[in-house]
Design a protein around this ligand. Sequence first.
Ligand SMILES: [Zn+2]
Length: 247
Amino acid sequence: MQNSSSVRLLRRAALGCAVAVSFALAGAGTTASAATGAGAQAAPANAPSAAIAHSAATYGRTVALTFDDGPGPFTGQVLDLLAQYHAQATFCQIGNQAAANPALVKRILADGHRLCDHTVDHPQPMSTLAYTTQFQEITAAKKMISKAGGPGTLIRWFRAPGGDFSPENRRIAVQDGLRPLGWTVDPRDWSRPGVASIIATVKRELRPGGVVLMHDGGGNRSQTVAALRELLPWMTGQGYRFSLPES
Ligand SMILES: [Zn+2]
């Protein structure tokens, strides 16, 4: 008897705590709405930071690998290599391509990776587009990627095409629950500078907590795949652990 009433008391206490928290969040939301004034839409109380993420989520000798512009014909090879080295990565996907390749989106999730919104069709430059166009690019892509991934698909980041972030598109992203995602290492693999160049840039510029930008889509990515084949064992050999970006 004593045990079960203790449990009931604990349950009541936990419920009371949850209610208090939700009141606090509602209060914070109201204050934020009032403070931002007419016309401006406040971010939800549990919205991610609008600051561009430039580091891995976990401290120490970690690296967050990110792959942009897919899914596409080279995504499968990237996934095979990541699986071989038990490496987790984040895929910044183009909405149209996710919609066209739902099986690849599902495989990315099944392999334990995470997803990032990289707009519907990769407009560049993005920040000079009308607000409504930027809004559509971000929010519709999130829906397309979610639909391709299936029920329960979680998308936690937004990366502007070419890194063209602005206060406006970051605010749209945050209001849609997405943290802007940058990078610290850019081997410019999209320009196909040669496998050796991609490898050398990553080895030279990677520091603990770094975010590496590479591409599984947007063209022939055989150089990226070949570089990754050498970089993954190198990272492991250097003591790096694979992490998600901060969110
Ligand atoms: Zn891109």
